[in-house]
Design a protein around this ligand. Structure first.
Ligand code: SAM
Length: 192
């Protein structure tokens, strides 16, 4: 057994709570790896809402899902995740959400996620999260602007009420080049 990297451990945690038929969110679609993973977990009876501000990300992911026969449960929006509350039904609960922060690998490195939209989107997901549901955040922060977002996200999650949420920080501490940090937030009770 090898200790898993942040992204891989995020998938391990999501797999423990997401079942066929569930509704989930991919808040940063990018090249569609997480969207595809979530589509496999929820199956045709479930639903994945996906968001990305870059059209190339939405187009490439649509092709990827079509080729894999996984497009049916997925609804992709070429909009920022800050519009979750505008675009999802007001009473739509979710079993999980995942954020993969930073820039699109192989794409425009200037188009980064920022705390200005990440924090409101996290709040929207936490408000909709079902009991025992999980939100994962994989924080890449080695790029310009990455540290500000990392600090804001850590500050936000460290102040979540521990009676309502269990918050995990998972990080390799002896690796060079700022390896990503995984944050996992699990909802403990329904009285938010
Ligand atoms: C690290 S990549 C995501 C990788 C992706 N999860 C995958 O499996 O390939 C970050 C993505 O966030 C997107 N992004 C930036 N700001 C955003 C926003 N406000 N809402 C949604 N996506 C955003 C970028 O366009 C980029 O594609």
């Amino acid at each position: 057994m090898k200790i898993k990297p942040a992204l891989s451990y995020s998938h391990t945690l999501l797999k423990t709570v997401v079942q066929p038929g569930d509704v989930v969110i991919d808040a940063t679609v990018g090249n569609g790896h997480d969207t595809e993973f979530l589509a496999q977990l929820v199956g045709e009876s479930g639903h994945v809402y996906g968001f990305d501000i870059q059209k190339i990300a939405i187009d490439n992911t649509t092709t990827k899902l079509t080729n894999a026969g996984l497009l049916k449960p997925v609804q992709l929006y070429n909009y920022g995740h800050e519009r979750i509350d505008q675009l999802l039904p007001v009473d739509q609960k979710i079993q999980a959400a995942t954020f993969n922060l930073g820039y699109l690998p192989g794409g425009n490195h200037a188009q980064i996620t920022t705390a200005t939209t990440t924090i409101p989107a996290l709040k929207a997901c936490l408000t909709r999260l079902s009991q025992n549901g999980i939100v994962t955040v994989v924080l890449y922060y080695g790029h310009p602007g990455g540290r500000q977002e990392k600090n804001a996200v850590l500050n936000f999650v460290e102040h979540l009420n521990q009676r309502q949420f269990t918050v995990l920080k998972y990080q390799f501490v002896n690796q060079v080049n700022e390896p990503p940090i995984l944050i996992a937030i699990q909802k403990r009770c329904d009285d938010m």
